[in-house]
Design a protein around this ligand. Structure first.
Ligand code: COA
Length: 159
């Protein structure tokens, strides 16, 4: 896929973002949420994403830059997320979303992007590796979902 219409989120997108995301909450270890996100929670999350923390949408997908950790010295580091509707995988959408986020992160002056993935989420890990992210950490059994302890892999792209 060469082109998709990527735009900044609007508050009205909260429902479609949740529709894409909550499928994974109930079916996948790619998110460590255990219960579906409500519209109120999503709206509050969107409110917390100012111009410095963009959320982008493109039809059946969305992606975001969020603070990595709250203490002030982490201000140059952001954490990325990307979610493509489960019926639209492997069409190049996730890669285009991430390229857009990387470009925005550079324009905003960030120093690096961190992406977290549950250790068996090989598609997500390959996506990030293909964009130049390096595997920098694996935390053992930090999550527990579907009766299983889960590792988290952190991948980092220096900008
Ligand atoms: C991870 C995710 C965003 C990838 O989006 P996508 O649109 O399917 O990915 P793309 O088609 O852009 O794939 C780009 C590259 O990533 C890799 N990749 C993506 N999905 C893969 C999979 N299931 N298995 C192996 N490699 C995969 C491939 O290298 C692929 O290039 P190729 O198709 O030319 O081989 C999507 O699978 C998704 O939404 N998953 C659930 C949420 C999630 O895990 N998000 C990431 C963590 S926040």
């Amino acid at each position: 896929m060469d082109l998709i219409d990527i735009r900044l989120v609007q508050v009205e997108d909260a429902g479609s973002i949740n529709a894409i995301y909550n499928y994974y909450v109930l079916s996948s270890t790619c998110t460590f949420h255990l219960e579906p996100v409500t519209i109120q929670e999503r709206t509050e999350w969107l409110d917390g994403h100012s111009d410095r923390y963009p959320v982008i949408v493109a039809g059946c997908s969305w992606a975001s830059l969020s603070p990595f950790r709250p203490r002030p010295a982490y201000v140059g580091t952001v954490e990325s997320s990307a979610y493509v509707h489960y019926l639209h995988h492997r069409k190049g959408i996730g890669r285009l979303l991430m390229l857009d986020l990387i470009s925005r992160a550079k324009a905003l002056g960030y120093h690096s992007i961190i992406a977290g993935a549950e250790a068996t989420q090989y598609g997500s890990i390959r996506l990030h590796e293909g964009l130049g992210f390096e595997h920098v950490a694996q935390f053992k059994q930090v999550g527990f979902k579907f009766d299983t302890w889960l590792d988290t892999v952190f991948l980092q792209l220096m900008l």
